[in-house]
Design a protein around this ligand. Structure first.
Ligand code: ADP
Ligand code: MG
Length: 917
């Protein structure tokens, strides 16, 4: 019973009897458990369903207006009344079709009251249930609170209406049993639940009819919502109708026992059945967790399920008849007050609510506190007022009717009891979580298995690859070993070949060869394969290191060869440079010597002039000679100053004409040594000119010169004389003359004694010229010319050696000619006289004049087959081969080649030595 506020039908005023409220019957007609009509305005109201608690939110807190429905039920006359009131008419007359009740005031006057339902004495229990209780039950199933209450005088059928169990007669089942039947039929046992408490309120004490020891249950009120609950009361969950009926019977038995114990009557106590219906709402507002949905989706669409908690309160009130204040029934006044307290408080509250009073004394009694929600609250409330027909109880009947009429004015605001089911959600989440954990664990295991599998597979592959790799490596190793052995074999063969070729030449392969042999010897059959393999490995390593060493050595040798080649090239170019310088020097020297000769002849002339002058002075002609000499000297000086070239020769020629050859030659025998020197120089100078040579010889110059060579001990005279003789010896006639006059002997003597290289050069030059004469070969050799020539090599001066070489070449040439003409058959006189060693020794002399002459000499000697053996044994063949290959002059190279090829002896020897030529 709301203390204040809430919707009230404030328009109901005036005559209550004609008040016509919304028809309860119309609602019930269209209402059925299946159709689930709206509790406030079933089926047709169209009003939005509101909710209380957390679901609907505060905006719909006002709820749906729902007036307390009141039906009146008339009990048939009982046996006693049938007798006692036999002569009297009933005090009430019912007009059920008009939903009216007429209460007879007296014989001529009645009051008419309208009720939401008027149930006659013939109304079946089923119909009473359907009219009074079923709409409330439906509302409870929909999540509203509901109240069905019976009010009336003791014995009018309250308990009959509400509490009949109907065990002996099904049709007699009262509202409690039927309501539970409907509720149990409607709920789903999996998600919904029904539990009941059964209580008795007597003298403001709440007793538990399901547990008699629990006889003072206190009321708890939620300070926020004002909801009333009895936490101390036994709450029994109902699964089926039978157990519920059992429970009711047990409760009734307890009620009877309690009343006996307390010495009360059940009519003085209020019985109260509380049915808690808890239902989950599916597929409407709540989102249920699907097992199929994944966790992220689940979280996204997460919404706790909604649970509706309807509570049906069935109240069988104590009898409404007034208790005699005197305590006629054995109670004290205080007891009487207390017994009536709750009922009268209820009446007062209903009055207050009906009258829209500002104060509703809810807290005055336990009953009103317990029924706070049923009247003026949020519950759907249906009240059945029971009346008896007896006119004797007309007063009580009237007050009951008035109670009902007032109750009809009480307007409730129905609110759905709906809230999020966090417990259920938590349970579901826990289940889901467990499922996920299981799934996760399963996946984890699968993952680990997979990892294990992959690891094993990878390891297998790795070991397989390693095996393959080792195999390949072993194969490769064997292949290389084989290759290496073959290479070594080849090298060995090659080395043997080279050894054969070059005799004592040694190669570095010997080392390898030895090692290889050693290695081979070490390859002996071994007991086990492992040992063999390790042995082979060692061998391979040895061989590899040997190979590396050999390669290094080869590389070293290569680099050495390169270095040597570089040095050789540098040396060659140096030699060429030096040779060029030497030739230049020689040329320069020749020129200087020429000049010296000219100057000497001029000096000779001057001394001659001086001698002449002295003689003329002796004969008185001194002035003329001196004059001539002076002029000669001055001429020379002049010509020297003006012209150092042609002027000299011109001067000598002039001098020659002026002085006369005879005079010059005579001076060769002058006493004055200086004069002799000058004279010989002049003669020598003149002898250099081919045109003068014949004249000089005719005038006895050659003989004078030879005499001078023999007699003079002066080195200069000897040198100059020899030079003059050499010049004269260029002519073939002169050569014969020189020979016939014993010139070769003189030259030989000079050659033996002379120390000055220039003297020796001149002597050697003279002999060399003589060597070129075919006719003089034998004589020249016979008189020791060749030996003299060879003797001069002691000096070592290249100019001398060059003349010696020239002489030898000339001699060899003549011999060659003679042998080709058949005039000579024996071996070369040069060889006889021991020239060959020197020839071989100087065949590769670095001075090109020497080398050339000797090369030619070799060729000439080789042309005579009889010389071949000596040449071979003396090492001349090698030199010839070299000349045929390396000589820079093509003609000599060709000559040497031809010569070698034409000699059978040489050919045989060359073949023996396997030398290609
Ligand atoms: P209350 O509970 O109001 O004191 P009860 O339900 O105990 O009254 O009824 C008193 C007597 O009247 C009981 O024997 C009951 O069987 C009988 N009775 C009540 N209402 C009816 C009815 N409608 N039809 C037949 N008998 C009834
Ligand atoms: Mg009763």
């Amino acid at each position: 019973m709301a203390a204040s506020g809430g919707y009230r039908n404030g328009t109901h005023k005036g005559n209550m009897k004609v008040d016509r409220l919304v028809s309860l019957s119309s609602a019930t007609k269209s209402s059925s458990l299946k159709s689930k009509p709206s509790p406030a305005s079933p089926a047709s109201s169209g009003l939005r369903r509101n909710s209380t608690g957390s679901v609907g939110g505060a905006k719909d807190d006002a709820g749906v207006p729902g007036r307390v429905r009141v039906a009146v039920r008339l009990r048939p006359r009982n046996a006693e009344e049938s007798v006692a009131d036999a002569d009297f008419a009933d005090c009430v007359e019912l007009q059920p079709e008009l939903k009216r009740l007429k209460l007879r005031k007296n014989n001529w006057d009645t009051d008419t009251y309208e009720f939401d339902e008027v149930l006659t004495e013939f109304a079946s229990q089923k119909r009473v249930y359907e009219v009074v209780a079923k709409p409330v039950v439906e509302s409870v199933l929909d999540g509203y609170n509901g109240t069905v209450m019976a009010y009336g005088q003791t014995g009018t059928g309250k308990t009959y209406t509400l509490g009949r169990l109907g065990e002996e007669d099904t049709a007699a089942r009262g509202i409690m049993v039927r309501a539970l039947e409907d509720i149990l039929a409607e709920i789903s046992p999996e998600t919904d639940s029904v539990s009941v408490s059964y209580l008795q309120l007597y003298m403001e004490t709440i007793q538990d009819l399901l547990d008699p020891t629990n006889d003072n249950i206190s009321i708890m009120e939620d300070p926020k919502t004002g909801d009333v609950s009895l936490p101390g009361a036994t709450l029994v969950e109902i699964r089926d109708q039978r157990s519920f009926v059992e429970l009711l019977r047990l409760g009734e038995a307890h009620r009877f026992a309690a009343n006996t114990k307390l010495n009360t009557e059940s009519s003085r106590s209020h019985a109260m059945l509380m049915v808690h219906v808890k239902r989950s709402v599916k597929g409407r507002d709540s989102v249920l967790l699907s097992e199929n949905c994944n966790s992220s989706h689940m979280v996204k669409t997460f919404k706790p399920p909604v649970v509706r908690k309807g509570k049906l309160v069935v109240v069988d009130l104590a009898g409404s008849e007034r208790i005699d204040k005197s305590g006629s029934e054995g109670h004290t006044l205080e007891e009487a007050k207390s017994i009536n307290l709750s009922l009268s408080a209820l009446g007062k509250c209903i009055n207050a609510l009906a009258e829209n009073s500002a104060h509703v004394p809810v807290r005055d009694s336990k009953l009103t506190r317990l029924l706070r929600d049923s009247f003026g609250g949020t519950a759907r409330t249906s009240l059945v007022v029971t009346i008896g027909p007896s006119p004797r109880h007309r007063g009580e009947t009237s007050s009951t009717i008035m109670f009902g009429q007032r109750a009809m004015k009480v307007e409730n605001m129905l609110k759905i009891k709906e809230e999020f089911d966090y417990k259920s959600l938590s349970r579901r989440l826990e289940i889901q979580l467990d499922k996920l954990i299981v799934e996760h664990e399963r996946q984890q295991k699968a993952f680990e298995d997979e990892v294990e599998r992959i690891t094993v597979e990878a390891q297998n592959r790795i070991s397989e690859t390693e095996r393959n790799y080792a195999d390949a490596l072993e194969k490769e190793r064997l292949k290389y070993q084989e290759d290496y052995m073959q290479s070594i074999k080849k090298l060995e063969e090659q080395w043997v070949m080279n050894q054969r070729k070059h005799g004592s030449e040694r190669t570095t392969f010997e080392l390898k060869d030895d090692n290889f042999d050693k290695a081979l010897n070490r390859v002996v059959p071994v007991a086990s394969a492992a040992e063999e393999i390790s042995e082979l490995k060692k061998l391979l390593q040895n061989e590899a290191s040997l190979r590396t060493a050999t390669e290094e050595e080869v590389n070293n040798l290569k680099s050495q060869v390169v270095q040597w080649k570089r040095i050789e090239a540098a040396g060659n170019s140096e030699i060429l440079k030096l040779r060029k310088m030497l030739e230049d020097e020689a040329h320069q020297k020749e020129k200087l010597e020429e000049e010296i000769a000219i100057l000497q002849s001029q000096l000779l002339q001057l001394s001659f002039e001086a001698d002449e002058t002295r003689r003329q002075l002796d004969r008185g002609e001194s002035g003329k000679v001196l004059g001539n000499l002076d002029s000669f000297v001055s001429q020379i000086r002049h010509s020297q100053l003006s012209d150092s070239g042609n002027g000299d020769k011109a001067s000598i020629a002039k001098l020659f004409e002026q002085v006369g050859l005879q005079k010059i030659l005579s001076l060769l025998e002058a006493e004055d040594a200086d004069v002799r020197i000058h004279a010989v120089k002049v003669v020598a100078n003149l002898a250099a000119e081919e045109t003068n040579q014949e004249k000089i010889v005719e005038a006895g110059g050659l003989s004078s010169l030879l005499m001078l060579l023999r007699s003079s001990e002066d080195e200069t005279i000897q040198r100059v004389a020899a030079g003059a003789i050499a010049n004269l010896a260029m002519n073939e006639t002169n050569q014969e003359l020189i020979m016939s006059q014993g010139g070769i002997s003189l030259l030989s003597i000079t050659a033996t004694h002379a120390e000055d290289p220039q003297t020796l050069r001149m002597v050697a030059g003279a002999i060399a010229n003589l060597c070129g004469n075919d006719k003089l070969q034998i004589k020249l050799r016979g008189e020791g010319g060749i030996k003299a020539l060879l003797g001069m090599v002691r000096c070592g001066h290249p100019d001398v050696l060059a003349q010696v070489a020239r002489g030898i070449a000339n001699f060899a040439k003549c011999e060659s000619r003679a042998s080709s003409q058949g005039t000579k058959s024996g071996r070369s006189l040069l060889i006889e006289d021991g020239a060959l060693p020197w020839i071989v020794q100087n065949a590769n002399n670095e001075a090109s004049p020497i080398r050339r002459h000797i090369e030619l000499a070799l060729c000439h000697l080789a042309q005579h087959e009889v010389n071949a053996k000596d040449m071979i044994s003396g090492g001349a063949l090698w030199e010839l081969v070299r000349v045929s290959r390396d000589c820079s002059r093509e003609d000599i190279r060709t000559l040497a080649h031809r010569t070698l090829n034409s000699s059978p002896t040489f050919q045989t020897e060359l073949r023996r030595l396997r030398i290609e030529c």
